[in-house]
Write a protein that binds this ligand. Structure first.
Ligand code: SF4
Length: 388
């Protein structure tokens, strides 16, 4: 039985959802901006990243690259610097490439259909549909994780929405709602916002939901069972080492290969620990392989863990002293001696920033350990000092 808001040609209560959205939509710096470039940048940043984390990055990025032309002309290192800490750096490299294509092939204007947008680097079906509907009013459904969760519950679907066929089937079901909408961009944003604010992964607030009257999961009280939970593969731990080597007030850094994970970012020289090798042995080997140097002393400085989507990095940090040999630095090469000012300018990996912080805190840690304070107490004292 359709609810009072439900039109029989539409798959759900579109009017009620739009009314809810108008009353509850969150303010976001990229919303209500007619500029497709701003919407595009925000959609790329929002891939794999929460709204709250994106806000400050978006504002800083738009201040530095206010137009697609400004982004296209910028050096990639500058773009990566503004992305530093946001993660998934491939997004930034592809956004930069796509900006160059937009300027060269489309006269600086973003294409207006999802099909054309999808041909640009870094714009997949979801992002293309979001930009085309929000900026140009194209009636294409956006199926992200939030939308999939809402309708998995609404319709009791057990599909795996990480797979394209499931997303395509849901998009097909949603299409009549988009076809009849005056503002397809608003409807897409309303569905996503409902998933983010009301139909949350845990504890959905069904009493506040505009779709509650016809929701199957709510009717049966099985909201927690949908969407189906997929078996997670265990995430492997990769032991790695990083070496802090200083000479004459400068620090040796290495630039990562431009196409791989964290490509184009700078880091402390290092690499993986191979089976049967200790972290210290790995550090000595890598110092020889990367920089042609023999360290008289390698001092352990502690370790850091950092979670990537498909593995956890366990990074052991060493300080190298009494070095023998001379680092061969080639112009444009992957190694460079950098100053403190360079550290503020270059895009660094998150673990390198954390490793440098760890090393900076060594005297405090040693003093605290001598007093018998726990690592947790040391961290709390540091946070207290940082707050002033
Ligand atoms: S009624 Fe509850 S479970 Fe159903 S769509 Fe709304 S919030 Fe989600």
């Amino acid at each position: 039985m359709p609810s009072k808001h439900q039109d029989s040609r539409r798959p759900f209560a579109v009017g009620a959802l739009l009314a809810w959205f108008q009353a509850n939509r969150r303010e976001m710096p990229w919303r209500d901006q007619p500029d497709p470039y701003a919407v595009w940048v925000s959609e790329i940043m929002l891939q794999q990243t929460q709204v709250a984390a994106v806000r400050p990055y978006f504002t800083r990025f738009m201040q530095r690259f206010p137009t697609v032309q400004a982004l296209a002309q910028a050096p990639i290192e500058d773009v990566l610097k503004r992305w530093e800490g946001l993660g998934y750096y491939r997004r930034a490299r592809l956004l930069h490439q796509a900006a160059q294509q937009v300027v060269e092939m489309h006269g600086g204007r973003l294409p207006e259909t999802a099909a054309e947008l999808g041909r640009l680097p870094g714009i997949g079906p979801y992002t293309a549909a979001a930009i085309a509907s929000i900026c140009f009013g194209e009636a294409v459904p956006v199926v992200d994780g939030n939308v999939a969760r809402v309708f998995a519950r609404y319709r009791l679907l057990r599909d795996d929405f990480s797979k394209l066929p499931a997303r395509q089937a849901l998009a097909k079901w949603l299409q009549p709602a988009l076809d009849g909408a005056a503002h397809s961009g608003d409807l897409n944003q309303a569905m996503m916002e409902l998933g983010a604010l009301v139909c949350r992964p845990r504890n959905p607030d069904c009493t506040a939901c505009p779709l509650a009257a016809a929701c199957s999961a709510r009717a049966r009280g099985v909201q927690a069972d949908y969407p189906a939970r997929l078996a997670r593969r265990p995430v492997p731990v990769r032991p790695e080492v990083a070496i802090a080597l200083r000479r004459g007030g400068r620090l040796l850094l290495a630039r990562r290969d431009g196409t791989g994970l964290l490509g184009g970012l700078w880091e402390l020289p290092g690499g993986g620990v191979v089976p049967g090798e200790t972290a210290a042995e790995a550090a000595a080997r890598l110092l020889r392989d990367i920089a042609g140097l023999e360290a008289g002393t390698l001092t352990a400085q502690g370790s850091i863990t950092h979670a990537f989507s498909h593995f956890t990095q366990l990074l052991h940090l060493f300080a190298a002293d009494r070095i023998r040999g001379r680092v061969k630095i080639r112009a444009g090469g992957a190694l460079a001696w950098v100053t403190a000012a360079d550290l503020d300018r270059l895009p660094l990996t998150t673990t390198t920033r954390r490793a440098l912080d760890l090393q900076r805190d060594q005297p405090t840690r040693r003093r605290a350990q001598r007093r018998g304070a726990s690592p947790r107490a040391v961290a709390a004292a540091k946070a207290h000092r940082a707050r002033g």
